[in-house]
Design a protein around this ligand. Structure first.
Ligand SMILES: [Zn+2]
Ligand SMILES: [Zn+2]
Length: 486
């Protein structure tokens, strides 16, 4: 169980905060997310995250406090995005019920923070009270395919639900669905289990049977139970689904993985505290999704080998021949010294099966496929490194080793420098295990030196005398890189 929304930094818990947190973990709560609400409590929220392994937070300014969303608050939020335990932008949104801040001020703070979420690739935690139309209109305008997040304490109608689902948002329910007079049963029922999350909104909105008292994360089970009743499934199923949804949306480590690498992957040291104090007042750009990471993974390609032949003995004898569809396999290790620059080192191995398949047309020719092994060092210049899909141009050097098995050619074993150039695009997929980057590219490899040979038995080259052959390789190539979290 994950309590995806609990203000346990609130004064209401000053007397017994630690016991309250222990009670939650004792009741099977695996993680608690604290959405920040006002700038002068940001530090308190962060220090709770540092103190407890399974406490995470969102950074943002609540609509009640929209008047406090100034440049300094924005800088703090931006700086905090680099801490692994700050997993969302929130709590943000609109609240026309209390109207503590003018509507246009609320809207400005909401919009600006949605833009920060997109820029720093964080999900958003959205508060909406009596402001359905404006919240949904702004979300529609800002969605552009990149926003993810949750409408917390969902209490709106079926149309808002449908729009939210269409916009790819998750829906989180809290204590009010357990109330006798709740009219939310149909809404809960209409929310697919793949999008539901649970929360307490502590210290407010305590569920039955604690209604009217101070709420705390240990009570989140009552919300899970109510959803199970409405969906007519077991509470275990609801717990499993809501936990999975929350871990996926907020990028929390899966439990098993968490146990294994959690300590190393999500350290919060005292040092962070110091850094944060120092950096608090200046705007620091969030780390690039690629920069300072090392990734690795496999490559596959289909290699077309193109030879240009020029007769040295007979004037005007020129021609090309090619061998296409040759499977090529390899491995890459990538390192990004700058966010727009990726070095890729690797190996590709190709067997010229298509030449072998033509062996009967090549008298006296191959009994084994030609084999090409290329070690490459390529630099990719990335045009838009912070995009979901990034485009690049690439160039580099190769070390090529080729073995040509034809019995009637003079060069059978050759090693030489070669060059590569290419272009393509890559997709950035953040996961809880790190970043997965599929790369599709079209690469050309050029040999640096030409071979001179006679091709005595192959028509028409048998009449050409000495033939100079220059070779290049065309490889549409797919690489999947994994950048693990360090
Ligand atoms: Zn709220
Ligand atoms: Zn809240």
């Amino acid at each position: 169980m994950i309590d995806t929304h609990a203000h346990i930094d609130a004064d209401a818990f000053d007397e017994d905060r630690e016991e309250m947190i222990r009670r939650a973990f004792d009741k099977g709560v695996e993680a608690i997310i604290i959405p920040a609400i006002e700038p002068n409590r940001f530090e308190g929220v962060l220090s709770l995250c540092k103190e407890f392994d399974e406490i995470y937070c969102g950074m943002g300014v609540h609509p009640h406090n929209a008047n406090d969303f100034d440049q300094q608050a924005e800088s703090f939020i931006v700086n905090s995005m680099q801490f692994p335990k700050v997993i969302a932008v929130g709590e943000i949104g609109l609240d026309y019920y209390y109207d503590f801040a003018p509507k246009d001020v609320q809207k400005h703070a909401f919009r600006r923070q949605l833009q920060l979420a997109k820029e720093y690739r964080k999900p958003v935690i959205i508060h909406n009270r009596e402001s359905d139309d404006d919240v949904m209109e702004i979300l529609k305008e800002e969605q552009q395919g990149e926003l993810t997040g949750v409408l917390h304490c969902f209490s709106s109608n079926i149309h808002v639900l449908q729009t939210a689902l269409d916009l790819n948002f998750h829906i989180s329910f809290t204590g009010n669905i357990t109330y006798k007079k709740s009219i939310l049963d149909d809404i809960v029922k209409a929310t697919p289990l793949s999008r539901i999350m649970i929360e307490t909104d502590s210290p407010y909105i305590a569920p039955v049977p604690h209604r009217g008292k101070r709420n705390e994360p240990a009570f989140v089970q009552f919300i899970a139970q109510k959803i199970a009743d409405i969906h007519q499934v077991t509470i275990e199923e609801i717990i499993a689904m809501t936990t999975r949804n929350a871990r996926t949306l907020f990028g929390l480590p899966l439990l098993m993985i968490g146990l294994i690498i959690g300590l190393s992957a999500f350290p919060m040291h005292a040092q962070d505290e110091r850094e944060e104090e120092e950096e608090q007042t200046e705007i620091v750009k969030a780390p690039s999704p690629y920069a300072r990471f090392i990734g690795f993974g496999p490559s596959v390609a289909t290699n077309t080998i193109v030879e240009t032949l020029t007769s040295l003995d007979v004037n005007e004898k020129r021609g090309t021949r090619s061998w296409d569809g040759n499977p090529s396999f390899g491995l890459s290790v990538a390192y990004n010294p700058l966010e727009f620059l990726m070095f890729d080192m690797g190996l590709m191995h190709t067997r010229n099966n298509s030449k072998l398949n033509n062996a009967n047309k090549l008298p006296g020719s191959p009994t084994d496929p030609d084999v090409y092994t290329v070690a490459h060092l390529t630099a990719r210049a990335i045009a838009n490194p912070r995009g979901k899909v990034s485009f690049f141009a690439a160039a580099g050097i190769n070390y090529l080793s080729k073995r040509v098995y034809a019995t009637n050619v003079e060069f059978t074993d050759d090693k030489q420098l070669a060059f590569n150039a290419g272009a393509g695009f890559m997709v950035n997929i953040p996961t809880s295990y790190g970043i997965i980057i599929p790369i599709a590219e079209w690469r050309l490899d050029f040999e640096s030196k030409n071979n001179v040979t006679k091709i005595p038995n192959v028509d028409p080259y048998n009449t050409w005398g000495n033939v100079e052959i220059s070779t290049f390789y065309s490889l549409p190539k797919l690489t999947i890189l994994w950048y693990p979290k360090f």
